[in-house]
Each structure stands twice: as structure tokens, then as C-alpha cells.
Design a protein around this ligand. Structure first.
Ligand code: GLA
Ligand code: ZN
Length: 698
């Protein structure tokens, strides 16, 4: 485990519960600030993020500082035994800075420079902004380095977005020079002879623009890679004084999710960024109770996200923000129904979170977030449903403190790859609006979630040696070394599942020649000739007859499943056919195959198949591979389980995502200590709607 993260766990033997606290918005209301401290105790809150957008409050004029409010807040929190996650303020800047140094402001893809305003509106390259942020960070680190409340640095806020100013253009060109060396190599990698786009001088290259170049996919891809690298570089510049002055204080920055579909933020490659933080933290805002997904489907997607962010460092992560009730920026802002807050908070814990922090402690009076959920509402007191639910979860977290630091052991990994997502989203082809890479990863994940089988979500280059099964849906882009990584895994006895639209392009988005799935061909034992995209109204059918010799006989019923969106037309070379298409000109051709490779097996699903197929297929595969479950029992629909373990002691979270009661049967002859209600349970257990149980067993 990362030693910096251990530093928090050693210091703070409690779940972090609290969140973004902005006394800087309330300096004219001393009574309210006084009241905050009373309410914090009542809410069982013990950790607060300060100064996230505090720059104009600590440096109201250039070089003139005022730390009184921050000193007071830190001291008062320390006095009541609470912890501070101290933010560097670069997420927004004072007006004087934008006025005096316009270069700090971001330039849009259309090359228009923004005015001062909003937040996150800065250039990642600007030497002035880099100097200003490092300067204020140094002052903060120097001032608070020995403060007893300080447990972690919250660097900036939700890094994201891009800048297209001249400084960034120059930095992009320099980045390209390092990557390609010569223009000839860049021209080849970008396939610029297409539409006569060949570059003859580096200065001709610009970032993608809506009114300029945006159809050269490798160019778009390199720009996205550059944005990740430049953002990380900016972050590294920010943390220089923190590392120097507070070497033992862990450093993080809050990662984001994506909406309305619950997936990862797509603007940055978090596999790269995670290497630079001591602990992964993320901000989770699912639209619970929406009208397009039932609660259990949504909770599977949310669970995927927690597992993805936990897997980034293979250690417990932190929820840096979630809302105690509602947000203000979903199309429909619905409060969490009674008990959903507890359920969603404990779901994060179940998947490896060691905190439950909120945006925000208290609702502001003005500006755009005044109607965003908070622990303390405009009413200003503790007599609200939301406050009571927050206090209740605070108490529960105190009761289950022994869970902190425990881990999840997964034998299954699903590959999710940001660059692959970028390349798929950008390509012109398939069904333009339904490429659905992340949704496909989440559909495969759901088959394991339903069974209570723990899953890691990993990068293409991850060390796969500890897994029995690796699932790599739609791995369109195969960077150098990836095919070798998968081959080594399978030949060593691992099982791989791959799908349609894999092995199509290399890292520069140049297609492989000689048949798809390119470098995965030998491993999968097939070749793909073409891909059929189906209109939404169309389906094909596959008949899964299976093959007992491969441990994959008939699945369930007649073995008929429907396929939609994509049917790839493939030929077997060394693979065995398990299912065939039932209509179209490819009727009778293979739809699912398996190939023996070394001591392992590699499956290929040539079409996008209904969830029922994935469920049946992975059920069989899981029992063949004897994959361990979080709880050895049949789970009713909508009931999810996840087990965190400290070696000998296991904590199994049983979560009912149904709006109705559910019943589970615990493995016979086992009895468990249930930590929330503090009682012994065994046999058949009823779960109320949205109820969570935490079962401890040594
Ligand atoms: C983000 C930001 C917060 C706040 C919340 C609102 O996560 O980091 O400052 O704006 O959204 O949901
Ligand atoms: Zn810039």
C-alpha cells in the first residue's frame, strides 16, 4: 500500500465525514460560523475541506495576505478534534489577477480568450499562473505545516478543461517534437496526406479547433494526451512546495465522474494522473431515482465507478464530494429519498471508500450553488430530514471504524482504457450515436455485480498476473505491449473475454493491416472480416450450442439470445465455435468462439448481446473458474454484496437497492456479527427497502 495514504490512516483512525466548508463566504455572519461548530458535532462530522475557492479571501490584493479567518477555522476545528483537508486555491482566481495578467485566463477552442469569471478558467501553461499558484501554495504550506488539524492537501479542484492560447500551442508543438522527433514521422502517424494536410513546418500545427482541424483522429488523440500531460505538469508544479515543506502530508486532487450517464470523467486519463497522487479521491453525483434506469441498474453503474477509482491505486480511496440530498445541475434535481443517502454512502464504503465527504457543509445565500444540497440548509438548524440522515451515517461510520484500510480481493479484472474511449468516441463509423464503450464495460460488469463477484477495473497495461479472468470489451486500440500483456496472461493459464471491435488500431489510431483483430488474432484464433451496424429497430439472434470439451456446454433454456447494434462477421482460424448467428447473410457464421492459447482460453463475442446472455455466459464461466463471491449465496435482483477484508476478518456489505423488501439466505452454519444494528444474524434475513447490513466474520 502507498505509504502516504497509510499516513492518513495512521493519524486518523476514523472515517472522514464532513466536506467542503466555506466560512470565507460567511465572514460577515459570525453567529452563523459559531453555530457551524455546534452543528458539526451534532452531525458527527470530523473532517472539512477548506480554502477550495478561497484565494481572494487569503490574498485580497497582490502580495497582501489575510489569513485570520483560515487560522481561526483551522484552530477551531483542531480544538474540537476535527481534521482539515487544506485546498490550494488554484481552482479560481481573484479578479485582480485576471485584470493584471490576462494570460492566466483560458482561451477557448475557437481561440477566444475568456473574460474573468466562473472558475477553473485558467491556462495550464501560463508561467505567471504557475508562479502565482506555487507562491500561494508555498505560503500556505509554510504557515500550516505544523498545524495539528492538517491531514491532507486537496490540490486545486476538479482539474479539467483545456486552453488553446499561444503558450499552450507552443507547448503542444514541443510535446509533439519530443514524441515524433521528425515531421515525417508525425505526418505518417497522423496520416496527413489525407485531404492534403501534410505539414512542412512545426509552426503550422495548431490544437484542434471547431473552425479549423478536427477530423484527423490521431491529432485529436495527441491533443487529449497533451492536455492530460500538461494538467499533470501543472499539478506537479503546484505541489513542489507541499512536498518540500510537508513531506508527510498526503496529496490528492479530486477526480470526477461523468453525467448524465454514470461513467468516468473523459477529459483526463486518470490512469496516468493516479500515479501522481497519494490517494485517489472522487466526487460522486449519481441521479438516484431517475426515470430512465431502475435503482439497481444505476447502482451497478455506480459500483463500477467505485471499483474503477479503487483500482487506480489498488488501495482504499476517498469520496471527496457527494451530496447529502440533491444537486442543482442535473436536468431534474431530486432529493435522495429517505435512506438512500445511507445506502449510497455505504455502497462507496463497501467498494473501498474510507470517507464520506460532502459538497457542501452549509448552503450559501447567493450565486449559482445556493440551491445545491448541503448538510445545513437555509433554515439553519438541525431539525431537517437531511441533517438527521447525515448525523445517522456519521454515527454508523464511527461504529464501523474497524473497516478502515481493509481491501477487496478480486479475481476478475475488466479493462477500461481512457485512450480507447477517446479513440472510439472520435471515430467516424459504426452507429455514430451508439458506440457505447463505457456502457458496454458496465454491462459486462453487471453480470458479476449481480452474482456478488468482486471486480477490479484496470488499464490495458496493468499487471494481470493475479487475475483468473480478464474481460476486455471493445478494445479498439492496442498500444504497443498490450497484445503481449494479454498473451502472457492467457498463455500462463488465464481466461480472457474479448469482443467485437477489438484490435482495430494502434496507438496512433492507424488501423492494423492484414485483418482484425490485428495483434490479437493469434490469441483469439479468429479474424474479423466486416462489421454490421443494426438500426435500433433491428436485431439478430444467436444460438449458443456451446462445447462441453471447453467446459462451455449449453447455457440456459434453448440458448437463443438477441444481438443488437453490432454483429461482426468473423471466421475461425484455430478457435472453436460456441454460438452462431441465426439470420442475415452471415447466418450460420460464428457469433461466440473460444481459443486455446498456451494453458489458457480466450473467448470472443462477435456481437453486442443482450444482458441475459452476459449473465448466463459469465455465470457459467464463474463456476468453471470457481471465482470467489463476496457472499456464497444466490442474490435476489437488486441486492448487492461486497466484502472488504483485513486478512482474517471480513466485512460483507449487503445492500438492498430495491424499493421493496428483499430476502437473502446466509450461507448455512455461518453466523455473523451485524455492525449497524449490533446483533448476531444467520439464516434467512429480511432487508427493508434501501437497507444495508454489514456482516462481520472472522
Ligand atoms: C463539483 C465541485 C464542487 C461543487 C459540486 C456541485 O463537484 O467540485 O465545487 O460545484 O460540483 O455538485
Ligand atoms: Zn494556455
Amino acid at each position: 500500500m502507498n505509504t502516504k495514504f497509510k499516513a492518513i490512516q495512521d493519524k486518523v483512525k476514523a472515517f472522514l465525514h464532513g466536506g467542503d466548508y466555506n466560512p470565507d463566504q460567511w465572514l460577515r455572519y459570525p453567529e452563523i460560523i459559531k453555530e457551524d461548530y455546534r452543528l458539526m458535532k451534532l452531525a458527527h462530522c470530523n473532517a472539512f475541506s477548506l480554502n477550495i475557492f478561497g484565494w481572494s479571501a487569503i490574498e485580497p490584493e497582490e502580495g497582501k495576505y489575510s489569513f485570520e479567518w483560515l487560522d481561526n477555522t483551522m484552530d477551531r476545528l483542531a480544538a474540537q478534534g476535527a481534521y482539515v483537508i487544506l485546498a490550494t486555491p488554484s481552482g479560481a482566481r481573484p479578479a485582480w489577477m485576471s485584470q493584471k495578467y490576462p494570460e492566466v485566463l483560458r482561451v477557448q477552442p475557437n481561440r477566444q480568450r475568456n473574460l474573468h469569471g466562473q472558475r477553473h478558467n485558467h491556462c495550464y501553461t501560463s508561467p505567471v499562473y504557475r508562479e502565482k499558484t506555487q507562491n500561494i501554495n508555498r505560503i500556505l504550506a509554510d504557515r500550516y505545516k505544523d498545524h495539528p488539524a492538517l491531514i491532507m492537501w486537496h490540490v486545486s479542484n476538479e482539474y479539467g478543461g483545456e486552453c488553446h492560447c499561444n503558450l499552450c500551442q507552443e507547448a503542444f508543438r514541443d510535446w509533439l517534437k519530443v514524441k515524433y522527433g521528425t515531421l515525417e514521422d508525425l505526418n505518417h502517424a497522423w496520416w496527413t496526406s489525407f485531404w492534403s494536410h501534410t505539414y512542412t513546418d512545426w509552426s503550422q500545427i495548431e490544437s484542434p479547433a471547431p473552425h479549423g482541424e478536427n477530423f484527423v483522429h490521431a491529432h485529436n488523440l495527441d491533443w487529449k494526451r497533451f492536455v492530460t500531460d500538461q494538467t499533470i505538469d501543472f499539478y506537479k508544479n503546484e505541489i513542489v512546495p507541499l512536498r518540500e515543506l510537508t513531506p508527510d502530508i498526503p496529496v490528492t486532487t479530486n477526480f470526477m465522474g461523468n453525467h448524465p450517464h454514470m461513467g468516468p470523467f473523459l477529459g483526463l486519463d486518470y490512469h496516468k494522473f493516479a500515479k501522481e497522487v497519494d490517494v485517489v479521491t472522487w466526487d460522486t453525483y449519481p441521479a438516484w431515482h431517475n426515470d430512465t434506469q431502475d435503482t439497481s441498474d444505476l447502482s451497478s453503474d455506480v459500483s463500477f465507478m467505485h471499483d474503477l477509482y479503487r483500482s487506480l491505486k489498488q488501495q482504499p480511496f476517498l469520496i471527496m464530494e457527494n451530496t447529502p440530498s440533491l444537486v442543482n445541475w442535473h436536468p431534474v434535481n431530486k432529493p435522495k429519498r429517505p435512506n438512500m443517502h445511507k445506502l449510497a454512502s455505504l455502497q462507496a464504503v463497501a467498494h473501498g471508500a474510507d470517507s464520506n465527504l460532502y459538497f457542501q457543509w452549509r448552503k450559501g445565500r447567493g450565486a449559482s450553488e445556493k440551491f445545491h444540497g448541503a448538510v445545513v440548509d437555509h433554515a439553519g438548524h438541525e431539525n431537517t430530514r437531511v441533517f438527521r440522515e447525515v448525523a445517522e451515517i456519521g454515527e454508523i461510520l464511527e461504529r464501523i471504524a474497524e473497516v478502515i484500510g481493509s481491501t477487496i480481493d478480486a479475481e476478475v479484472a475488466i479493462i477500461y482504457d481512457w485512450e480507447n474511449q477517446w479513440a472510439i468516441d472520435d471515430l467516424q463509423g459504426l452507429k455514430l450515436e451508439k458506440k457505447n464503450y463505457i456502457e458496454t464495460c458496465q454491462a459486462h460488469y453487471k453480470a458479476f455485480w449481480k452474482q456478488g463477484i468482486p471486480v477490479d477495473i484496470v488499464a490495458s497495461e496493468a499487471d494481470l498476473s493475479k487475475y483468473k479472468l480478464v474481460v476486455a470489451p471493445m478494445l479498439y486500440m492496442i498500444r504497443q505491449g498490450v497484445a503481449e500483456n494479454l498473451e502472457a496472461f492467457v498463455s500462463g493459464g488465464g481466461t480472457l473475454v474479448s469482443t467485437y471491435w477489438s484490435g482495430i488500431v494502434n496507438e496512433n489510431d492507424l488501423t492494423f493491416l492484414g485483418g482484425f483483430p490485428g495483434p490479437l488474432g493469434k490469441l483469439l484464433g479468429i479474424w474479423a472480416e466486416e462489421i454490421d451496424s443494426l438500426y435500433d429497430s433491428e436485431t439478430n439472434e444467436l444460438l449458443f450450442t456451446g462445447d462441453e470439451a471447453h467446459g462451455m456446454g449449453k447455457l440456459s433454456g434453448e440458448g437463443r439470445y438477441s444481438a443488437s447494434d453490432y454483429c461482426e462477421v468473423i471466421h475461425v482460424e484455430t478457435a472453436t465455435v460456441l454460438a452462431e448467428y441465426q439470420s442475415e447473410y452471415y447466418k450460420g457464421m460464428p457469433a461466440v468462439t473460444v481459443n486455446e492459447f498456451g494453458s489458457g482460453q480466450a473467448f470472443y463475442m462477435a456481437s453486442r448481446n443482450e444482458q441475459r446472455f452476459l449473465d448466463d455466459f459469465y455465470n457459467r464461466l464463474s463456476s468453471n473458474l470457481e471465482l470467489a463471491k463476496a457472499l456464497e449465496t444466490e442474490l435476489p435482483k437488486g441486492v448487492s454484496v461486497s466484502t472488504r477484508s483485513h486478512g482474517k476478518t471480513n466485512y460483507t456489505f449487503v445492500m438492498n437497492f430495491n424499493e421493496s423488501e428483499s430476502t437473502i439466505t446466509l450461507p448455512a452454519s455461518n453466523s455473523y456479527q451485524e455492525l449497524i444494528n449490533d446483533k448476531v444474524v444467520s439464516g434467512t434475513v429480511k432487508l427493508k427497502p434501501y437497507e444495508v447490513l454489514i456482516l462481520k466474520r472472522d
